[in-house]
Design a protein around this ligand. Structure first.
Ligand code: AMP
Ligand code: MG
Length: 420
């Protein structure tokens, strides 16, 4: 295996002590080989999983030409130009119950949405414009040939691939696979992710808080973020800043998982043995990233697992997770395509302080001002203020080179929620 240090040191402008956010992303992504193992799951269970096969239709969808509307199936050549035509209704075609005969000259068939087009018919006249007197159906002039017909294969066509290996399946994809009658699909196995919190000051939920302690919230936010990514989770609890306990935790985590995430213990003021230990157990790089919040971060390998040593501050944990770990986990899971969160531009309703030389992720609230979407901050932006993440619905991403923002200037935002 190549050493991580060798792989990253050849990146242009790589500086571990003032690492540009983009460089850190590039360095991480360059090291990680995606999973190759696959398993078969039932179609419904494949939601959120990454496809390990291409989906190629063996049937057309729809399978037959059918009506897009309720009305009458006719032969367009029977209709007179510029005047009404009266046809004879000879039967009905319902969804799932096709008309059995063939339409002759001057005939029409009552047809419902989704019903197979009767042989001989090529056009559907909607019921709202037709006049029926018994079986005599009068069609006004002005109809267009082939109107209101859905053609076989217009959604999915035999032999034309629709979903490719590496696609993470959304509800529409599950429906699409079902529309082909496919009951099982090959997907990548779930990525296994273990995590634990480090710190002597951490108390667990349920225990009384002693002086100087804080409840361990990071494991809960991490759990939530991982759950949403659909990975297999191993929560290894809180580990004291004690070398032998930490060593055991790292070894255990690396044996169980593809990826190990820790929080705390990588900052400058932190007891060095956490870092020493990480370095002793594997190949780990310690970065100071030019960003706020979330400056310190460790990345490397312990045993056969990848390690992300995130900072301890609760907001920094979330920001570094979303900006570095999320994309890395998706990539490792075998997902292909653009894995980064999209950036959208909106007007900022207030002035923001910012100095050039680091990327900032301020917590923002996207809101509607009259007809226009704008963004404002949640206020206090300290990296320990987890409430800011809870109140926010987006990050305001202030680029590396950018200086202060004036009220009314456009800024980039990253939404917390998407549709699917
Ligand atoms: P550290 O990176 O370990 O120096 O921690 C930085 C700050 O984050 C300190 O104020 C810690 O108390 C706090 N912190 C660290 N881990 C957690 C955690 N699991 N839950 C809540 N706060 C934490
Ligand atoms: Mg600590």
């Amino acid at each position: 295996m190549t050493r991580i240090a060798d792989a990253v040191s050849c990146l242009d402008g790589y500086d571990p002590n003032a690492l540009h956010v983009e460089k850190a992303r590039e360095a991480i992504r360059g090291c990680l080989p995606p999973l190759t193992e696959a398993e078969t799951v039932r179609t419904r269970e494949a939601l959120g999983r990454v496809l390990a096969q291409d989906i190629v239709p063996s049937i057309n969808v729809p399978a037959h030409d059918n009506s897009a509307m309720d009305g009458y199936a006719v032969r367009f050549s029977d209709l007179r130009e510029g005047e009404a035509t009266t046809l004879t209704e000879v039967g009905a075609a319902l969804a799932g119950r096709p008309f059995q005969g063939t339409l002759g000259a001057g005939q029409c068939v009552r047809i419902m949405t989704g019903a197979v087009m009767p042989a001989g018919a090529d056009t559907v006249v909607i019921q709202e414009v037709a006049r029926a007197e018994g079986t005599r159906i009068t069609v006004p002039p002005g109809q267009k040939a082939k109107q209101n017909v859905r053609y076989a294969g217009e959604d999915l066509r035999v032999g034309v691939p629709v979903l490719a290996t590496g696609k993470r399946l959304r509800p529409a994809d599950i429906g699409l696979i079902a529309s082909l009658g496919i009951g099982e699909v090959r997907v990548r196995r779930r990525l296994r992710v273990a995590f634990f919190s480090t710190g002597d000051e951490l108390a667990s939920i349920g225990a009384a808080l002693k002086e100087g302690e804080v409840y361990d919230s990071n494991r809960y936010t991490l759990h939530g973020m991982l759950e949403r990514l659909g990975v297999e989770i191993f929560d290894l609890g809180v580990v004291r800043d004690d070398p032998s306990l930490l060593e055991a935790a790292f070894t255990d985590a690396a044996a169980k998982a593809d990826v190990v995430i820790t929080t705390g213990g990588v900052s400058v003021g932190e007891a060095d043995f956490v870092k020493n230990l990480m370095a002793k157990l594997g190949e780990v790089l310690f970065w100071k990233i030019a960003m706020r919040p979330g400056r310190p971060m460790a990345f490397g390998r312990i045993g056969s697992a990848w390690l992300f040593g995130l900072p301890g501050n609760p907001v920094a944990v979330m920001v570094t997770f979303y900006q570095f770990v999320r994309g890395a986990l998706l990539h490792l899971s075998g997902e292909t395509g653009d894995l980064e969160l999209p950036l959208l531009e909106v007007k900022c309703s207030e002035a923001l302080r910012k100095v050039p030389g680091r990327t900032e992720y301020q917590r923002g609230i996207l809101f509607r001002d009259g007809g226009e979407w704008k963004v404002r901050t949640t206020g206090q932006q300290g990296s320990g203020v987890l409430r800011s993440m809870s109140e926010a619905n987006c990050f305001i991403v202030l680029e590396h080179e950018r200086a202060r923002v004036q009220a009314g200037e456009p800024v980039q935002v990253q939404l917390f929620e998407g549709l699917a």
